[in-house]
Design a protein around this ligand. Sequence first.
Ligand code: AMP
Ligand code: FE
Ligand code: FE
Ligand code: ZN
Length: 292
Amino acid sequence: MRIDLHTHSTASDGTQTPAELVRAAHDAGLDVLGLTDHDTAEGWTQAVEAAEEVGITLVRGMEISTRFAGRGAHLLAYLPDPTYEPLAHALQLILDGRNARVPIALERLRDLGYDIHMEDVRRAAGDTAAYGRPHIADALVARGAFEDRTQVFSALLNPGRPAYVDRYAAPLEEMIRTVDEAGGVTVLAHPWGRHGPKAIGRAELARLRELGLAGIEVDHQDHGEDARAELREIADDLDLLPTGSSDHHGTGKTDHELGCNTTSPEVYERLLKLAEDAANRSGRRVPEVVAP
Ligand code: AMP
Ligand code: FE
Ligand code: FE
Ligand code: ZN
């Protein structure tokens, strides 16, 4: 069983439509795919249709933009009811922040001499529900100003670079509870990815576990061997589920091919059990796992 629980489609900042992503996952020999677009469930319907067509197991989820100790933290939420009002409201605030940021970044880019406008970003983004820096990067690449997304991030869009604009993210502790109330289960994405072990250490993870966090993404391309080993040990000590996933973005991110990291069947089953418990506690109508 090959299980990849963290991927993106054009509903956020991936480059494959949900249907293309599902078919690519099937072609890559995956048995279980988690669709986790940033801050939106917009890709779910199309992904379900495609999963039923090709015969792959699909877990509907999302990767929610949160803030913890003054820094960004990505929270994977699996199988929540996206219509649960507090969750829907929080996601709308995040999406509003994403939308509001784009024109500010574009103005800065124009000040820097790049002739780039909202319609360029719209064209690059297709029918995304969650505008992000990758779409601005794509628009600059389309104009021939850069080779790929990574180049643009390094030059302009990473924190500290001239076109970086901060945006709203939901408090992590609150979001863990909100997803639980929505009948879903949470896994902290790449906890030591961008900021290293300093941002969220063992003590913080223990506290988040108390609040209901179910797991941490241990095997992720942003984690080196040492980080993975230490996170695995922490997960074991704290009874957090250690997941592994690709964080695939189509061609938008290199070295994140489907299935490059996977989650063990045992961890997957335990995750589903926790989701089932949360769903029962919540009384919400949650999405089911789509199975062939
Ligand atoms: P945003 O959602 O606007 O905060 O942008 C963050 C997104 O940009 C993340 O989902 C990453 O997938 C993507 N990203 C960050 N750095 C890079 C990079 N160097 N190359 C490609 N994508 C990146
Ligand atoms: Fe992304
Ligand atoms: Fe992430
Ligand atoms: Zn991701």
